[in-house]
Design a protein around this ligand. Structure first.
Ligand code: CTP
Length: 397
């Protein structure tokens, strides 16, 4: 996702500097050109050689490098950069950046950068909580920096509190959000439903389905990376919550109906891959149901159909995209749901096709609109998510 992007990774002199090697490696694997700048103090914790082996680029440490006498290197680099990430950032470097100091290769280069800038402070809790550091952080925010707040935990000095460098995965999500995709959904509100529902029968049992939530989570994440203001209403899944989305956990079809309809009017686009139960037990026993001789029948009643409600109450200009999972007569049934539920698009997939459906990394879908259909080849759920969003963004404005 970072192909063709130049990222300046600034590493300063804290114990977490060693973790920056892992970050440089992950960014390089995502095809970014990673230009590492180490401060003098950082070199007490990690060497330029480490970063050069990982990034295959010269690691910069010195503003007055005699190997580049004909180029003002920090300015050339600042012009090329798509993003600056400083991780870890010490209190000292934060203070310098907050007041525009330019006394080493990192601060000099960064002062000349006009691209987006991320900073991940990591230090002892007392240093981080010091009002001076708080004020410097606030000042950086005011001057356009995005601060990746430190995590809490046991620090190198043995203290417990805020000050740890956050996990690499979170820093990567900040990077991707900043530069990975064009922001064609900026300012748009997108609500996505995901996962299965669970319908209780008694305190120990419930009815559910095989949905893992992957398709919905992929759509929510891609919409977020494209700049949308995303709400993800999710049934119980084993997936990690995507960052930077408003996450609303639900359990039953009734919960889904309540949470989605409460937020529906304000949404520009609603996409509903959740596998919602059509029926729930008519009576939920307060006590465990014990076995008896002979058969047992459970009476079921219909649940609320959230998508039908959304179609019936669709606001002018709102885009509604449903999903249809079928095992036969795919296109015909999906087309029927498109019309009945007043949708703008329905994503149809046949559970019996290889590579489609529950628990797979891939999907095979047909995008059906009122005036046509597009069969997509087998592709990752992330790529399917992108294709769905492309189509919906094209309809919306
Ligand atoms: N859906 C919903 N609420 C329900 C059932 C389904 O919002 N109670 C939504 C799903 O999230 C999906 C779409 O409706 O986006 C279609 O779901 P599906 O189960 O394929 O179809 P149904 O409308 O339930 O029709 P059928 O049972 O005939 O397949």
């Amino acid at each position: 996702m970072l192909k063709g992007k130049t990222i300046i990774l600034g590493v300063t002199g804290g114990i977490a500097a060693y973790k920056a090697a892992d970050l440089a490696s992950a960014l390089t694997k995502m095809h970014a050109s990673v230009q590492v700048i180490l401060t003098e103090n950082a070199q007490h914790f990690i060497t330029p050689n480490t970063f050069e082996a990982i990034t295959k680029q010269k690691c910069l440490t010195d503003t007055f490098d005699r190997n580049h006498p004909f180029e003002v290197e920090h300015i050339a680099l600042a012009k090329r950069a798509d993003l600056v990430v400083i991780a870890p950032a010490t209190a000292n470097t934060m203070a310098k950046l907050a007041y525009g100091f330019a006394d080493n290769m990192l601060t000099t280069t960064v002062l000349a950068c006009t691209c987006p800038k991320l900073i991940a402070p990591a230090m002892n809790t007392a240093m981080y909580e010091n009002p001076l550091t708080r004020e410097n952080e606030e000042r950086l925010r005011r001057f356009g920096w995005t601060v990746i707040e430190p995590a809490s935990g046991i620090l190198a000095c043995g203290d417990v509190g805020r000050g740890r460098l956050p996990d690499k995965e979170l820093i990567l999500e900040y990077v991707l959000r900043a530069i990975a995709l064009p922001k064609d959904l900026a300012g748009r509100k997108v609500l996505v439903t995901a996962g299965p529902t669970q319908e209780s029968l008694d305190p120990v049992r419930f009815l559910t389905n095989h949905s893992t939530g992957r398709m919905g989570y992929a759509i929510a994440r891609m919409a977020m990376l494209r700049g949308a203001d995303v709400t993800l209403v999710s049934g119980p899944t084993a997936l990690q919550r995507p960052s930077f989305v408003d996450f609303v956990p639900i359990v039953s079809a009734a919960d889904l109906f309540r949470e989605v309809t409460a937020r529906a009017t304000e949404q520009d686009i609603i996409i509903t891959p959740a596998a919602v139960a059509d029926y729930r037990p008519a009576c939920v026993s307060d006590e465990k149901i014990h076995k008896k001789d002979g058969e047992l029948s459970i009476a079921l009643e219909r649940t609320e159909d959230t998508l039908q409600y959304l179609g019936d109450h669709k606001r002018e200009g709102q885009i509604l995209c449903g999903f249809a999972m079928e095992t036969s007569d795919l296109e015909e049934r999906a087309r029927g749901k498109l019309a009945k539920k007043n949708l703008d698009m329905i994503v149809a997939n046949n559970l019996k096709v290889r590579g489609a459906g529950f628990g797979t990394d891939t999907n095979v879908v047909t995008l059906i609109t009122r005036d046509g259909e597009e069969k997509l080849a087998i592709m990752s759920k992330e790529d399917v998510a992108m294709r769905i969003l492309d189509r919906l963004a094209g309809m919306a404005w």
